[in-house]
Design a binder for this molecule. Structure first.
Ligand SMILES: [Zn+2]
Length: 378
């Protein structure tokens, strides 16, 4: 048993080697651990294997002695993988034949072990010795976040209530694993990290894969992307319409419902649903507000408002109200998600607060319209 901090310890877990178990109840949003990568990402991720191995060896040698020991204690999914070992030896044999040198040979042997550990434990920004002890779950109760703004490094925060004795888990690849069918997730996890996932979500979906629901999610995602491109892309003449914007918002809402049902990562919800949904709704709000303003400006210069103008302003005000409500919903979720996963001090959380506040400021203009024309009956 390895004590990590007062929130969790590292213990053997059946079928998983080691894992992190909560020592006490952990509240949602709690910072569990923060870390700076001790082992940076390999310089040569592509190119010849020997080059990658030497580059990894360099990284390993640059660590201090304690970290080296800790690194070598991390799990290596490829240790007994005959296919992996054979491929490694085949590739390195070419080099060994060319450079017959005992020292190089030993370095390469050691580098193969380091490569296996690196491949098993690396995150996009390198290997984090402490965070590497956390196992994966497709519906994790904690999330690993990269902080770039105030400080460079990683944080793991609880994203749901964790009870003492529960295993604390993170999602290894939110971008590629998030809301994919079970078969796709298993393939990615096996290919990249060499294990079969038996998390609560995978166990549920082994009984009922819900593939049809995942297909519907994909359909909504595709439609949202297409609608978004049709109004933001440069090579098109598509008009932004009230109906299209609402349809796009509808897609994000459907995606959100499914993401919640599947206990998707908060970062995924924030990045791919809240931000996009809010932007779309705000775009709608902005357009109809501008329309109403244009009519009013025209009236100021001319003979005042006609009955048609009044009717149109009333309609645009009503539509602005609808878009505003949508903005508020996405904004509320965005604020909540970022508070939990990034903390109250984070830039994304402050950005949401500012967005929501700026929106209220903008709303004052609409407030004037409403006071002026709110009594018009159509
Ligand atoms: Zn899983």
């Amino acid at each position: 048993m390895i004590a990590a901090n007062d929130l969790y310890h590292v213990v053997p877990i059946e079928g998983k080697g080691f894992g992190c178990v909560a020592l006490k109840d952990i509240k949602i949003g709690t910072l569990i651990i923060e870390e700076i990568p001790q082992f940076p990402p390999a310089k040569k991720e592509t190119g010849d294997l020997v080059g990658i191995l030497f580059s990894l060896m360099e990284c390993f040698n640059s660590m201090n002695e304690t970290d080296k020991v800790e690194f070598l204690e991390l799990s290596n999914q490829f240790k007994d993988d005959l296919e992996f070992t054979e491929l490694m030896h085949q590739e390195t044999a070419k080099y060994k034949n060319k450079h017959k040198n005992q020292e190089n040979e030993e370095v390469l042997e050691k580098a193969i072990e380091i490569y296996g550990i690196y491949k098993t434990n690396s995150f996009p920004n390198g290997v984090l010795l402490k965070s590497s002890r956390f196992n994966h779950s497709c519906a994790s109760n904690a999330e690993l976040v990269w902080r770039k703004e105030e400080k460079e490094g990683s944080e793991i925060r609880a994203v749901s209530k964790i009870k003492a004795g529960d295993e604390v888990t993170i999602n290894f690849d939110i971008l590629n694993i998030g809301l994919r069918r079970i078969s796709e997730r298993q393939e990615i996890l096996m290919d990249r990290w060499g294990f079969d996932c038996h998390c609560s979500l995978c166990e549920e979906e082994r009984l009922n894969s819900n593939d049809d629901k995942y297909d519907y999610f994909e359909k909504c995602k595709r439609e949202a992307v297409e609608l978004c491109l049709s109004r933001t892309g440069t090579n098109n003449n598509n008009k932004v319409t009230h109906g299209k914007l609402h349809r796009e918002i509808f897609c994000y809402k459907e995606m959100y419902k499914f993401a919640k049902e599947k206990r998707a990562s908060r970062q995924f919800l924030h990045r791919f649903i809240c931000v996009e949904g809010w932007d779309t709704a705000y775009r709608g709000y902005d357009i109809v507000t501008q329309y109403a303003k244009k009519i009013q400006d025209k009236a100021k210069k001319g003979k005042g408002l006609t009955e048609k103008d009044k009717y149109e302003i009333f309609q645009f005000t009503k539509q602005a109200e609808e878009f505003k409500k949508e903005c508020e919903q996405f904004g509320k979720i965005g604020e909540l998600m970022t508070k939990v996963v990034f903390s109250e001090d984070s830039v994304p959380y402050r950005q949401w607060q500012e967005r929501n506040k700026a929106f209220s400021g903008h709303d004052k203009k609409m407030e004037q319209f409403r006071t002026q024309f709110g009594t018009i009956k159509v």
